[in-house]
Design a protein around this ligand. Structure first.
Ligand code: C2E
Ligand code: MG
Ligand code: MG
Length: 732
């Protein structure tokens, strides 16, 4: 896993480096192209300067003749020849010079090969005349061409008009034929080693003009250009690399590639090496820190780490003023197993025990091995100190099944000592010490038990345990009964009240203590878990009694109380529905009374069960409404049909206006949520009257009837009037 990640990171870095190298080469390539352009421009300006110099040198003879004839217009062949031969000496590119006083050629130098031109009147040749006129307009030299000569070949023709020095009268034209090819050759147009150079701009038309000489193809590329200044107009010089591109091919940057590649490889290897070393170091640290905190045999936290966490948790609990419990567990007879089956078997047993311990704890609890066969548990979220005893019992239970160790079946028991923060100590060491002491007390009182360090908790726990055993015994010995308390409805067709339902209430006839109130044993049964057996008994009894009543023509729906704890069994709703169906009781004749605590958030599983029950046809009613959570939002979100206002709310009704206002508020809310309301614990007639005025139509309380045995309920029934309220109790 680490290796794959490291390779991926290394490849990523190598990729980033390669991109950087590529970018560097690109920038270098662009820089080189700029440099090449600069060099080309330099070469062009050299060629331009040479062309301009050579042209000036050639046109110098013409300018001199212009001055001569303007000062002395006399045409004399001898004088012309003498002047011209003098001026044309040297390395010039002029083929010949002609003068045309009054636009008719009178003299040409040299005459050889040019005699045919003598006597030519420019006015008779339109193209030539046009250029003559252009020169006259410019009163300066105008270079035409290159044009094809009559004598053959191509050349430039320069013309300049001459005016009389004093009178400014037009005298004539001087023409000079210049061999441009040799001039451009001498200017170095074809001599560049790196660039193709070309010139364009026939008749001085510059960039737009036709090609004159050089590598014509460059005009199709992107040449750099420079302009050659003519006496009138310009030529354009262009240059383009012979290689065909301003940019050198990317492959020519071998050195860049090589060095870049080398750096990339070296850096990537370095990163890979560092990452690997870091991972090894990290896992070594993790191993060391794990070994420092966890027991190597069971992988449970060790004493050191447990004490650390316990101290932290104690600080947190001291701040929030809440409690925690420490359970010290010692395995009974572990030494004998170790001695008889060997240490390896002992180790195997410890591992299996630690696994069982882990399964019996919640996520927030912590179990550690303190050494040998000692385990310690921290119970972090402790609502009631007696919950610690429940956990201890659970642990003892999960430890009890046979464990197979080294092919032997072993039964292991534990003794558990319990210390509670803050009552039994405010430091980790005190709590551990006291839990340890309690564990010894548990061991000496008979193994396989738990013991509180605190005396009063211990005696409470003992009485709980006692009661737990007695409830189970009582169920076996039929000491429990179900009593029924009528619920009366006032309606239009029964204005004096009619029993429409009964609430099933459990009763315990203890052989020794007599009748024990459910208010006493139900909360303990909830803690110890016997509520499940009690709940099952009540449901079955109710179903049986339902048939007993209906057989006598009394069809009475029944409300049955269900504790929140009973919903902890994920199969609870399914099992109840199965019992109701198996005993053939219509589901709609059963109401389950639940308390508001079950509607609290974070009880997803329980909420699902409520949905399941409601959908199956069972009615849900909120019992003791007003004493608990009372959130309208949650009420609205649950499939509840009925509210039972707790008796405590009715004390003070109708005398106390505040109390009346409170009950009225509940009535309004219930109406808005379309809930039926039952007033519980009605003891006085004026209470009932006031509630009826407020719109409450269902009443339950001693005013009508106390909870009674089934036989007594039957005696309240009259075949004609049914369960009229008067027969039940007070009436009205
Ligand atoms: P609860 O469900 O609110 O039941 C009403 C309690 O109020 C009953 O007490 C009933 O006798 C009493 N009561 C009714 N009318 C009056 C009255 O006018 N004045 C006075 N002072 N009391 C009245 P009980 O039978 O002692 O039951 C106490 C609680 O025990 C019940 O309160 C219910 O929460 C629980 N309980 C009873 N039977 C069962 C059961 O089968 N399962 C479960 N889970 N809980 C039960
Ligand atoms: Mg009830
Ligand atoms: Mg109640």
């Amino acid at each position: 896993m680490h290796l794959q990640r490291n390779i991926a990171v290394t490849l990523l870095i190598a990729l980033i480096f390669s991109i950087i190298v590529f970018r560097v080469v690109q920038i270098e390539q662009r820089r080189d192209a700029e440099l090449t352009r600069f060099n080309a421009l330099q070469e062009l300006s050299t060629v331009r300067a040479r062309i301009e110099g050579l042209l000036d040198a050639n046109l110098l003879s013409m300018r001199s003749l212009q001055v001569e004839f303007s000062l002395n217009p006399e045409v004399n062949t001898q004088r012309f020849n003498a002047l011209t031969s003098q001026l044309l000496s040297g390395e010039l590119h002029t083929r010949h010079v002609a003068i045309a006083p009054n636009l008719v050629i009178s003299n040409v130098f040299p005459q050889e090969g040019n005699v045919g031109a003598l006597g030519l009147d420019y006015r008779t040749i339109p193209e030539q005349y046009a250029s003559v006129q252009a020169a006259m307009r410019a009163r300066d030299i105008v270079i035409n061409g290159p044009i094809t000569l009559v004598q053959g070949g191509e050349a430039l023709i320069a013309r300049v008009p001459v005016y009389h020095h004093e009178t400014d009268e037009f005298w004539g034209i001087i023409s000079q034929v210049i061999e441009h090819e040799s001039l451009l050759e001498d200017a170095g147009l074809h001599q560049s080693e790196r660039f193709d150079i070309a010139i364009r701009g026939v008749n001085g038309t510059g960039e737009q003009g036709a090609h004159i000489s050089g590598a014509e193809a460059i005009w199709q590329q992107s040449p750099v250009v420079s302009h050659v200044a003519l006496p009138s107009g310009v030529w354009t010089l262009g240059a383009f690399p012979k290689s065909g591109s301003w940019q050198a091919p990317i492959s020519t940057y071998t050195l860049h590639w090589l060095s870049g590649g080398l750096i990339t490889i070296l850096f990537s290897l370095l990163v890979f090496f560092l990452l690997n070393s870091f991972c090894r170091l990290q896992s070594a640290f993790e191993t060391i820190s794990h070994q420092a905190r966890y027991d190597s045999l069971t992988s449970l936290p060790n004493r050191h780490y447990f004490m650390q966490v316990l101290n932290d948790t104690i600080r947190e609990k001291a701040r929030t003023k809440s409690a925690l419990a420490v359970l010290f567990i010692d395995l009974d007879h572990f030494k004998e197993i170790n001695d008889s089956l060997g240490h390896e078997a002992g180790d195997e047993l410890l591992v299996k025990v630690s696994e069982r311990l882990k399964t019996s704890l919640r996520g927030s609890d912590l179990v550690a091995r303190f050494g040998g066969d000692e385990f310690v548990v921290m119970l972090k979220d402790l609502e009631d100190p007696l919950d610690a005893e429940l956990l201890a019992n659970k642990i003892l239970k999960v430890l009890s099944p046979v464990i197979e160790v080294a092919s032997h079946d072993v039964i292991i028991q534990g003794s558990i000592g319990i210390a509670i923060f803050p009552n039994d100590g405010d430091s980790a060491s005190d709590l551990i010490k006291h839990a340890d002491l309690a564990m010894y007390a548990a061991k000496s009182s008979g193994r396989g038990t738990s013991y509180f360090f605190n005396d009063s908790l211990r005696s409470q726990a003992e009485s709980h345990l006692q009661l737990h055993r007695e409830i189970l015994k009582g169920l076996q010995e039929n000491q429990f009964r179900v009593f029924y308390q009528p619920i009366i409805e006032y309606s239009d067709h029964a204005p004096n009240g009619q029993v429409v339902k009964v609430e099933a209430l459990i009763r315990w006839h203890h052989p020794e203590y007599g009748i024990v109130s459910p208010a006493h044993f139900i909360p303990i049964a909830e803690k110890t878990g016997t509520i499940r057996e009690l709940g099952e008994f009540v449901l079955k009894q109710v179903c049986e009694d339902y048939h007993k009543l209906s057989n006598q023509g009394m069809c009475l729906p029944v409300s049955i109380n269900r504790s929140s704890r009973e919903f902890n069994d994920p199969q609870a709703a399914k099992n109840w529905l199965e019992t109701i169906d198996a005993m053939q009781v219509p589901r709609h004749d059963i109401t389950f009374e639940i308390t508001e605590s079950i509607l609290m958030p974070d009880k997803e599983r329980q909420h699902q069960m409520l949905e399941e029950l409601a959908q199956s046809g069972v009615t849900l009613s909120i019992d003791d409404f007003g004493t608990g959570y009372s959130s309208v939002t949650y009420l609205r979100n649950f499939p509840v049909k009925q509210l039972k206002i707790d008796r405590a709310f009715l004390i003070g009704v109708p005398e106390s206006p505040q109390q009346v206002a409170l009950v009225e508020a509940i009535m309004k809310m219930a109406k808005a949520l379309e809930l039926e309301v039952v007033a519980e614990g009605i003891e006085q007639q004026n209470q009932a009257d006031r509630l009826k005025l407020m719109g409450c139509h269902f009443m339950q309380g001693f005013l009508y009837a106390r909870p009674v045995a089934l036989e007594d309920l039957v005696s309240m029934y009259h075949p004609e009037t049914g369960f009229a309220a008067e027969r039940v109790g007070v009436g009205q």
